[in-house]
Design a protein around this ligand. Structure first.
Ligand SMILES: [Zn+2]
Length: 146
């Protein structure tokens, strides 16, 4: 186990689930990754996949551990798809309060979706004014570090 600090462990419900100090309906776990059902499902069968090490968000998880998470997420999604038979699914990760993150231990949501499930992202689309699309892309491109 790797914690950013002791404080985050004590206050992180996911770390407590990993340590079996909090209850969860665990679907799968290996050395690095654990998956369990979300206790507040958008649809029944809504699952989470998380690293066993505590990282706050998508930007702080090391890429090798992210690889593991992605692989397990595909396997769990496949199992949800064949067992629950949804019409579709969303894989999402919320990062930051503004994005709806409520547990600050990085996680993917796997949300089974049904044609009439009444759950929808309702974006209000913006427009790029004048030349601002190029300005935005320039600003982003200069920061890309591969
Ligand atoms: Zn944690």
């Amino acid at each position: 186990m790797l914690f950013n600090n002791y404080f985050s462990y004590m206050n992180c419900i996911f770390c407590q689930i990993i340590e079996k100090k909090a209850k969860a309906e665990i679907l799968y776990e290996n050395e690095h990754v654990i998956s369990f059902l979300d206790i507040r499902p958008v649809n029944l069968g809504h699952a989470l996949v998380i690293p066993k090490n505590h990282y706050t968000n998508f930007l702080t998880i090391p890429v090798n551990e992210l690889d593991e998470i992605i692989k397990v997420t595909q396997k769990i999604t496949s199992a949800i798809f064949s067992s629950i038979k949804p019409d579709g699914f969303n894989i999402i990760t919320n990062n930051g309060v503004a994005a709806g993150q409520s547990v600050f231990h990085f996680h993917f949501h796997i949300i089974p979706r049904f044609d009439e499930d009444n759950f929808a992202f309702r974006p209000i689309f913006k427009n790029y004014e004048n030349n601002s699309m190029k300005d935005f892309s320039d600003k982003i491109r200069i920061e890309i570090k591969l």
